[in-house]
Design a protein. Structure first.
Length: 463
């Protein structure tokens, strides 16, 4: 039973319960630490969040009286705040899922994954010792990384720099390390794009396809004109409330008394794919770019239809077999809603080195160990700004932001990246033959990590 969208307080608390459950049971963090530095804003009233953002003083958030109970044996997390209750439970390799009560309730059969990576992440010989990092200014490299670790309130958890296919720098904040699966947020959108790219390379779909879902195929349904490329450009035109775009007010979580569509897919425990498919058209397809979770969810739903005829059970292991195994990624957690639909618009947990492998796949223009997993034209597509849809702010490609408009001052213009909340970054810089991964907690933004991180990225790229 989904959470009522007209109860924003319950939706926000449910979302926080899910994030705390995942942080405890996947990353191994303390529940209060997760609340304080990753998700208290989800349960906070909008007015409180607005004040925190404006003042950069999180004291009121840190005092939010959320009661947390995590039963690690049962995999159950329970939250209470101001008379509201929320639950989330771990379901094996599908991660933690919002529940309507304490009883385990999902509408699919959880599937155990059996990773079989061809290469187990980066091999030890791929790591360049400090003294061997030729071709780079080691002092500049180390100083840049220091700048985003020295202030503990920036909450940088991991950084990995890959140059010419080898790790030249790697650092973690205690108690984390190279085996930690970190919250990665909307970097998962780029995984959604990559799944599309796998099928596109095989000739099993075209980015120009229309009439993508059965519900859109009536002759008089304007949604039949939405191209797959429009969805990848975040320009489907579907009506979807939200306020989490680059220039939007991130303190807003509701509109007209309803939890925003953009985050309801996370906090509502709903059938997220059907929720998105059912939305009407608000703008002409391909004309209006806006940052909304409906589009990556629709892209993933379409891949499932095309790859496995919509079979939920088979698709749960499909990304591991068809994408992650071939590039040596064994522990990327893609979480689902209660109906078994991947929520990789934002609920995904990965190791820093595994994100570096995904970045390296794009740096190598879709090739890996002699096999072309993505077409070069697809790699070019995702890093090319959709200037018609994003004429007002032409920085967005195919579920990848780009540096075409100088969002990262001083970094090469050809930089493009996987982007997640709290400044999760997997940056691909073709002109430098470089991949940079940075992972951290949401709270780093409140304490001003943005400008130091951008400066560090530019320093590393130019080292």
């Amino acid at each position: 039973m989904p959470v009522d969208q007209s109860n924003p307080a319950r939706c926000g608390l449910s979302w926080a319960a899910k994030v705390i459950a995942s942080g405890v049971l996947t990353t191994g963090r303390d529940p209060q630490d997760i609340l304080n530095f990753s998700c208290n804003w989800m349960a906070a009233p909008d007015a409180l969040m607005k004040a925190v953002i404006e003042t950069r003083d999180p004291k009121a958030l840190l005092e939010l009286p959320v009661e947390i109970d995590v039963d690690r044996d049962e995999g159950l997390t329970h939250l209470q705040l101001d008379g509201e209750e929320a639950w989330a439970r771990r379901f094996g390799d599908q991660g933690c899922i919002i529940q309507d009560g304490a009883e385990p309730t999902v509408y699919f059969e959880p599937t155990e994954l059996t990773p079989n990576p061809i290469i187990d992440r980066f091999e030890p010989e791929d790591v360049v010792e400090t003294s061997d990092a030729t071709g780079l200014n080691r002092g500049e490299l180390d100083a840049a990384i220091d700048s985003v670790f020295d202030n503990p309130m920036f909450f940088t958890n991991a950084m990995v720099v890959v140059h010419k296919g080898r790790i030249v720098a790697e650092r973690y904040r205690e108690p984390f390390g190279s085996e930690t699966q970190f919250e990665s947020w909307s970097m998962g959108k780029s995984i959604a794009a990559t799944l599309v790219g796998v099928l596109e390379q095989r000739g099993e779909l075209s980015l120009d396809e229309t009439a993508l879902f059965e519900q859109w195929r009536e002759a008089d349904d304007p949604r039949r004109d939405i191209r797959l490329s429009d969805i990848l450009n975040m320009a489907s035109g579907l009506q979807f409330t939200g306020s989490f775009g680059r220039t939007e007010d991130h303190s807003v979580k509701q509109e007209d008394g309803r939890f925003l569509d953009h985050i309801y897919v996370y906090g509502g425990g709903t059938d997220s794919y059907q929720f998105c498919i059912d939305k009407p058209l608000a703008d002409p397809p391909g004309k209006v770019g806006r940052y909304r979770n409906c589009d990556p969810l629709l892209a993933t739903a379409f891949v499932r239809e095309r790859a496995v005829d919509g079979d939920i059970q088979t698709f749960l292991s499909w990304p591991q077999r068809e994408l992650f195994d071939p590039i040596g990624v064994s522990d990327m957690l893609l979480e689902t809603d209660p109906y078994g639909h991947f929520l990789i618009s934002g609920h995904d947990y990965g190791r820093a080195r595994d994100w570096a492998r995904l970045g390296q796949l794009y740096l190598q223009r879709g090739a890996w160990e002699g096999r072309q997993l993505l077409s070069e034209s697809f790699v070019e597509f995702v890093q090319t700004p959709a200037v018609q849809a994003w004429a007002h702010d032409p920085y967005y490609g195919g579920f990848f932001p780009t540096n075409a408009t100088g969002l990262i001052p001083g970094a090469p213009q050809d930089t493009f990246w996987m982007s997640g909340g709290g400044r999760q970054r997997t940056l691909i810089i073709p002109s430098r033959d470089m991949v940079i991964v940075r992972l951290g907690h949401m709270a780093g933004l409140v304490f001003g990590v943005d400008e130091p991180l951008n400066a560090a990225i530019a320093r590393i790229a130019n080292a």
